[in-house]
Design a protein around this ligand. Structure first.
Ligand SMILES: NC(=O)c1ccc[n+]([C@@H]2O[C@H](COP(=O)([O-])OP(=O)(O)OC[C@H]3O[C@@H](n4cnc5c(N)ncnc54)[C@H](O)[C@@H]3O)[C@@H](O)[C@H]2O)c1
Length: 316
């Protein structure tokens, strides 16, 4: 199979590319190495497999339809795993147009080409943020009364809606996977777990927004990769499926785990809750269990140990 992975140099994408290559697949990675965070980190993400004979790297922006068209013509992928996006809730308030252009228009380009080239499957990396502060807890895929509370979340929901449209109009087989706060080795440097760990090791205070009682369903990267690979081997006409750990942890507890794993005590500065931050995320994963045999294996306690080990090895 030739699998086109967008955002393949990013955190989740690089783990997906690695897993696909180790299964013997051919991977076409489309990534524009933008500076949302230091692009040299993205070069490091792919360094161990960039010269693999089955890895083809295309430094292309998904908003550039002409270049994407050439890639589809040249490499004839059978499947797209679409992970490229402007990520991050808070920065999306500063430049909602950019988020729309990449996350919605870019997704539309990929859907159009996937339809034209009669791809057998399109997997879209969506987000728990589409649930906003949903009252139905745990968050369930059949809850249709969703109110997104950030421009980022709105773009993810719009992209899901486009996926649904391309399925109903053209029959393109699509699976939208809603990821819940993914963390682990190569974790994004703008995310809380990375920032907290970095500051603890530097002896700098941790800034938390709100009173520390907010909860997140933290999901270890290997469980997310397992879910994506399982979706790849279970093509559906159209499905939306949560991929979470289904054990939300309060922020204070998360910090205590990082303290234990690093052997250092954190100094905490509390600031006002920020716009776009939801109170709690919590994935109902019965659908993923049933359709994908998804069974998250790495608890937050074990996952934080592994993350801090990785951080120490790579940054100390
Ligand atoms: N990390 C999480 O907790 C999380 C949670 C929910 C959903 N997601 C989604 O999963 C996907 C991957 O997230 P991640 O955490 O690995 O982020 P990331 O920023 O590490 O990876 C995204 C990659 O996409 C690339 N990219 C961005 N805009 C592009 C464009 N216009 N053209 C080509 N490439 C572009 C970036 O250079 C980057 O390498 C994203 O769609 C994100 O919205 C992530």
């Amino acid at each position: 199979m030739v699998i086109l992975v967008t955002g393949g140099a990013g955190f989740i994408g690089s783990h997906v590319c690695e897993a696909l290559l180790s299964r013997g697949e051919t991977v076409v990675c489309v990534d524009n190495f933008n500076d949302f965070y230091d692009p040299t980190i993205k070069e490091e993400h792919i360094a161990s497999f960039v010269h693999h004979k089955n890895f083809i790297l295309c430094r292309v922006d998904i908003t550039d339809k002409e270049s994407l068209t050439r890639i589809f013509q040249q490499h004839s992928p059978s499947t797209v795993i679409h992970l490229a996006a402007r990520a991050g809730v808070r920065p999306s308030f500063d430049d909602p147009e950019l988020y729309h252009r990449v996350n919605v228009e870019g997704t539309k380009n990929l859907l159009e080409l996937s339809h034209e080239h009669r791809l057998s499957q399109f997997i879209f990396g969506s987000s728990s943020s589409v649930y906003g502060n949903s009252r139905q807890i745990p968050f369930s895929e059949d809850d249709v009364h969703l109110e997104q509370i950030s421009p980022y979340a709105v773009t993810k929901k719009k992209a899901e809606d486009l996926c649904r449209l391309f399925h109903t109009q053209h029959g393109l087989p699509i699976t939208c996977l809603r990821f819940f706060t993914v963390y682990g080795p190569r974790g994004r440097p703008d995310m809380a777990i990375y920032l907290f760990t970095k500051n603890i090791f530097k002896g700098q205070p941790l800034v938390i927004f709100g009173d520390g009682h907010s909860e997140r369903d933290y999901t270890f990267i290997s469980d997310i990769v397992d879910g994506i690979l399982s979706a790849l081997s279970h093509p559906f006409p159209f499905e939306i499926i949560n991929l979470g750990d289904s054990h939300p942890a309060p922020l204070r507890y998360l910090i205590s785990l990082i303290e234990n794993a690093s052997g250092k005590k954190a100094t905490i500065i509390m600031k006002e809750k920020q716009q776009g931050d939801v109170e709690k995320t919590f994935a109902r994963i019965s659908k993923a269990k049933k359709l994908l045999s998804y069974a998250p294996k790495v608890s937050i306690e074990e996952g934080i140990k592994r993350f801090v080990e990785w951080y120490k090895k790579n940054h100390q």
